[in-house]
Ligand binder design. Structure first.
Ligand SMILES: *Cc1c(COP(=O)(O)O)cnc(C)c1O
Length: 359
């Protein structure tokens, strides 16, 4: 697909277009190709791409109005949390944060709740929620269910087939896969929902640039083999970490010890590339470990071909209030790994030498 850099398109006669494009904020051939490709990967009819995952969330939440309530997981992505609690709250919308693994979450539902946003697996504690059983409840109450599928990707999980009204992804992560581009996408089968989100995209202006659309189209050609390799490496590393004397606990949905392993087996095709561990010790041990890795890069973000490692309490989840972090179990000994596609032997050797630095 060529990169169509034009911001505007010549018209045949006033208001009569040569093809469906008139102005790139509202549509562009390169962007359109990416939208079609991402929709088909999610088994959806419609796809809409945005300048970032956060722009996508902004557009979909903006279909609501003052007085409406959004229900989200208590460990929802920090940017989503900030958007809902600091921006949308100013316009009269309210957020209720729940733990979807506790059946009591249903008590949060009343006639004011218009949207549920689910992430599964979650960040960074990798909880897995049964999408089908949540959408069964929301459907019966006419609540729109959005699944943020960023951690799983379309290759591992198909929320639309499990009843979700819309699927959201930060393209920045596994879709891009090379840590070099920011973008977001929403897919849906519902025509009305598509019209309302498309209207917000056009009006609010969070559109994706044609160059970035080209980069994501190119990345998608290898997403399947990248994700297969991420999963393969992550499984080996999770098992290695699970038996390491300096690791207190490993959270990986593919391990039988994971409390939601059976749900993960049921709704995911494999278990993903994200691993969370609790090191024995605390701040000092974690800092030594994180400073000592050489192949893993100490950085935020995830989903790239290169392995990343981070400490959420001091990095990605700094903005989550300490009391909330405590409830979620995000302490100084928690380390999150985004396992890349490098040689797994090299990755394990790297972790091994970093563990040796912890005295
Ligand atoms: C990164 C991320 C986002 C936000 O996406 P950006 O592209 O950074 O704006 C949303 N949800 C999840 C789960 C993410 O990991």
């Amino acid at each position: 697909m060529p990169i169509h850099l034009s911001s505007t398109f010549a018209q045949k006669s006033p208001g009569v277009l040569y093809n469906k494009f008139d102005y790139t904020r509202g549509g562009n051939p390169t962007v359109d190709a990416l939208e079609k490709c991402l929709a088909s990967l999610d088994c959806a009819k419609h796809g809409m791409v945005f300048s970032s995952g956060c722009a996508a969330i902004t557009a979909i939440v903006s279909i609501l109005k003052s007085g409406d309530v959004v229900v989200v997981g208590d460990d929802v992505y920090g940017g989503t949390n900030r958007l809902l609690n600091k921006i949308f709250s100013k316009f009269g919308m309210t957020v209720r944060m729940v733990d979807f693994s506790n059946p009591n979450w249903k008590d949060s539902l009343d006639e004011k709740v218009k949207m549920i946003i689910i992430e599964t697996p979650t960040n960074p504690t990798l909880k897995v929620f049964d999408i089908q059983s949540i959408t069964a409840i929301s459907k019966s109450k006419n609540i729109i269910t959005v699944v943020d599928n960023t951690f799983a990707t379309a290759y591992l999980q198909s929320p639309i087939l499990l009843g979700a009204d819309a699927v959201l992804n930060s393209c920045t992560k596994y879709i891009g896969g090379h840590s070099d581009c920011i973008g977001g996408v929403i897919t849906t089968n519902c025509n009305e929902l598509k019209d309302r989100i498309r209207f917000n995209l056009l009006s609010m202006g969070g559109c994706m640039s044609p160059f970035d659309a080209y980069i994501f189209l190119r990345s998608l050609k290898t997403m399947k083999i990248r994700v297969i390799q991420h999963c393969k490496n992550a499984r080996v590393i999770a098992e290695y970490l699970d038996s390491h004397p300096k690791v207190d606990r490993v959270i990986y949905p593919g391990l039988k010890s994971h409390p939601h392993h059976e749900i993960a087996k049921k709704q995911m095709r494999d278990f993903g590339g994200m691993i969370t561990i609790f090191l024995k010790g605390g701040f000092k041990e974690a800092n030594t470990f994180l400073k000592s890795v050489k192949i893993f890069t100490l950085a935020e973000s995830l989903g790239g071909v290169e392995s990343l490692i981070e400490c959420p309490a001091q990095m990605t989840h700094m903005s989550v209030p300490p009391e909330q972090r405590k409830i979620l179990g995000i302490d100084d000994s928690l380390v999150r790994l985004s396992v890349g596609i490098e040689d797994v032997g090299d990755l394990i050797k790297d972790l091994d030498q970093a563990f040796d630095q912890i005295k």
